[in-house]
Design a protein around this ligand. Structure first.
Ligand code: ZN
Length: 428
């Protein structure tokens, strides 16, 4: 059990941004014999083998087991992005003697969790020569300092209120003096990026996320827990990857696919999101390259199934009343089947029944989740994917606490069964 959980920790620590998550996925796929396809190439020449397509921070990988036309796809969908603080375009400025970064909140972050942490910086920087550089400053560079209690005496009674414009800007240095009317903070920021290998003066755009430097680890008295950032949803990317790498054998007419999308935490509506055209285009290209017509492709889709793999809410021992009394997944209790009458999750009775059969074959115990009727429900890539592609989708994920905190928590024992379940699905 420990091996899968420990490897997950290594995976997460290599992926401080969605761009790094995509790179880490691609690195592991390439090392396992996958070939990268260029989405702009008019033909792919697909023989039997292992392939991946990348666009931005999204990776789609698939295995063609035989030379014949595919009759169905078995897919896993997950997401590479997690809530975080992201640098604004004109990020660097001075205030009260400090250098600061202006930040936007990406996704539904638990804002308090970003206070008083040692933060690094990671993402992509674009240069004037057309280059796109993965950048990582893995050192305690920045900090969002909380106000001292002496200056906010009622905070423990009234609760913490953070205005994202006013209160989340980290400082990352002491201000130098302005020379020749030049913005010193800008110059210092450019010099900082130069330490990561991007030549100063050439930067034309960036997409940079702050991240907590604390390493992922197993924790608890007997290493029962995984304490890590971005478990939502790198745990599912990692489990999906392990499943795909193990899915070489199986029915030659079934194509196993792993799709790890960007932009789930902000609604999936982008060229690299699950509500964009990318996955449908890749599947259709596979079909066309293998000689299927449009009708046969649509028939293959209709017979296909996707597991939307995304983390689930374990019952919190201090807040047990926030769960529906008969649907309280526990840490360590196994993967969670998520349902929502209002289709916040894509699970149907059909896809739930298929998943239960799958779990039985894989010897995996499932737990059930539905949100309390008086609370709003989160969502996943599941409904958008089902609506776009017209295939059967079920929402599943491992139980966790502190979802959307800068530091989350899951159970070590749940990761291996999650991989087993996804592997059984891809075997087709
Ligand atoms: Zn998620």
């Amino acid at each position: 059990m420990d091996h899968a959980a420990r490897d997950l920790c290594t995976f997460i620590d290599a992926a401080p941004s969605s761009a790094h998550a995509a790179q880490t996925l691609a690195d592991r796929l390439l090392a396992a014999g996958f070939h990268e396809l260029d989405a702009r190439a008019p033909q792919w020449q697909l023989a039997a083998g292992r392939f991946l397509v990348r666009r931005g921070a999204t990776v789609i990988a698939f295995i063609l087991r035989g030379a014949g036309p595919p009759q169905r796809f078995r897919l896993i969908g997950a997401h590479t992005d997690s809530p975080h603080l992201r640098l604004k375009p004109r990020a660097a400025y001075h205030c009260e003697g400090c250098r600061q970064f202006g930040v936007e909140v990406y996704g539904g972050a638990l804002l308090n969790s970003w206070l008083d942490r040692d933060l690094g910086l990671a993402g992509t920087v674009h240069t004037a020569d057309g280059g796109r550089h993965l950048v990582r400053l893995h050192r305690p560079l920045a900090r969002v300092a909380q106000l001292a209690i002496h200056l906010d005496r009622k905070i423990n009674d009234d609760g913490l209120r953070l205005n994202p414009q006013l209160h989340l800007a980290p400082f990352w240095g002491l201000a130098g003096s302005e020379k020749d009317g030049k913005n010193e903070a800008d110059a210092a920021f450019t010099a900082l990026l130069a330490t990561a290998g991007v030549s100063a003066g050439e930067i034309v755009a960036h997409d940079l996320a702050l991240y907590d430097l604390t390493a992922s680890t197993l924790g608890g008295a007997a290493d029962e827990f995984i304490f890590a950032p971005r478990l939502d949803n790198l745990a599912s990317c990692h489990a999906g990857l392990a499943a795909l790498l193990d899915a070489g054998d199986g029915d030659a007419a079934t194509v196993p696919v792993l799709a790890c999308f960007d932009h789930e935490e902000v609604g999936s509506g982008s060229d690299t999101g699950a509500d964009g055209p990318l996955l449908g285009a890749v599947l259709e290209r596979i079909a066309l390259e293998r000689g299927l017509g449009r009708a046969a492709f649509l028939a293959a889709l209709a017979g296909s199934a996707l597991i939307s793999a995304d983390m689930a809410h374990a019952v919190h021992p201090n807040y047990a009343d926030r769960h529906e009394p008969r649907h309280k997944p526990r840490l360590g209790g196994g993967p969670v089947l998520k349902s929502s009458a209002n289709v916040r999750y894509a699970t149907t009775a059909d896809s739930a029944a298929a998943l239960r059969a799958l779990a039985k074959r894989a010897d995996v115990t499932l737990q059930d989740f539905v949100v309390r009727s008086d609370l709003g429900c989160g969502s996943t890539i599941g409904p958008a994917t089902a609506a776009r592609l017209g295939l059967s989708v079920v929402d599943v994920g491992n139980p966790m606490l502190s979802m959307h905190s800068a530091r989350e928590c899951a159970a070590s024992a749940d990761h291996a069964p999650y991989i087993r379940l996804l592997t059984e699905h891809l075997r087709g």
